[in-house]
Write a protein that binds this ligand. Structure first.
Ligand SMILES: C[S@@+](CC[C@H](N)C(=O)[O-])C[C@H]1O[C@@H](n2cnc3c(N)ncnc32)[C@H](O)[C@@H]1O
Length: 282
């Protein structure tokens, strides 16, 4: 099986969230938060030992870890990400802590080759990746071509329109405004999860076999660190686009911190995590 690649990708891509150590840490924390939803979706599609899987946008490798544990040493998990440094680092951790059933290739999903290592796959999977792409329909079409007859394409992505607090405040409304406008201006859809079933049809894959929606509501104090981390990751792009200013963002961060210390109970809603899948006729 293929292990690593020496290919170097220029990652001055259009990824809105940046590539700092703080962002890598945020990705790992975020991955753990969604583990229950991912296990539920993987069980629904019938994941089994020995399966050959592809994860696209594998980033910190937490989904690869989950998949590798579920398919076991007889199976295989290939990860693809545009970020070679993060992918190679994650591969090293997976191989040393779990086993040899992993490989990684640095590739840009928007320009995938017609052949991928270890293809075709029993499962082609993406979580929180399609939301960052410019041409999700073209990428879906390509991913579908790598699914074995009888295999499954499974996509999990956010509908971020559901992020809010109750009661609402200026700061949480401001968070949504900056997030949504930055995505809008960059031509990316912050409601990608809700759009996905329609995109399957548009890509010629057909109506999904099924979907699953997972939501989480927690005390505001618990979602506060993630809101700040997402905001800080997004801020350079938002400032560049003129969506906010240094002064406005400082006011936002101050008010949000005050809100987190306030005794009032604010209900914090995470984005909805929506799974869409299709099994290929065998
Ligand atoms: C939010 S992270 C999700 C990581 C992982 N799937 C998870 O759920 O924990 C999105 C990942 O997609 C990758 N990505 C974004 N655009 C990409 C592209 N055009 N080609 C390949 N990977 C891309 C990023 O580098 C990042 O690692």
């Amino acid at each position: 099986m293929t292990s690593t690649t020496s290919m170097t990708i220029d990652i001055q891509d259009q990824y809105l969230l940046g590539r700092t150590s703080a962002e890598y840490q945020r990705l790992r924390a975020q991955a753990l938060l969604w583990e229950v939803s991912t296990v539920r979706a993987l069980q629904a599609i019938g994941i089994q030992e020995g399966m050959n899987c592809l994860e696209v946008g594998s980033g910190p490798g937490e989904v690869m870890r989950l998949l590798g544990t579920m398919v076991g040493p007889e199976g295989h998990v290939t990860g693809i990400d545009i970020d070679e440094r993060l992918g190679e680092e994650s591969l090293h951790i997976l191989k040393t802590t779990i086993g040899p059933q992993f490989s990684f290739q640095a590739l840009d999903l928007e320009t995938l080759p017609t052949h991928l290592p270890n293809a075709p796959y029993d499962l082609v999977y993406a979580r929180l990746t399609m939301i960052h792409l410019n041409n999700p329909v073209a990428v879906l079409r390509h991913l579908w071509s790598f699914v074995k007859p009888g295999g499954t394409l499974l996509i999990q992505d956010y509908d971020m329109s559901y992020v809010h607090t109750y009661p609402p405040t200026w700061a949480t409304d401001e968070f949504e405004r900056v997030l949504f406008q930055t995505f809008d201006i960059s031509g990316k859809d912050y409601r990608m999860g809700s759009r996905m079933p329609g995109l399957f049809v548009e890509a010629g894959i057909g109506a999904p076999t099924n979907t699953d929606i997972y939501g989480l509501i927690e005390p505001f104090q618990k979602i506060y660190p993630m809101l700040v981390a997402v905001y800080r990751s997004l801020l350079p792009a938002a400032l560049k686009m003129g969506v906010t200013t240094e002064q406005q963002s400082n006011r936002f961060l101050t008010e949000l911190a005050e809100q987190a210390q306030n005794r009032t109970y604010y209900t914090g809603s995470w984005p909805l995590m929506i799974a869409t899948w299709k099994q290929k006729v065998g």
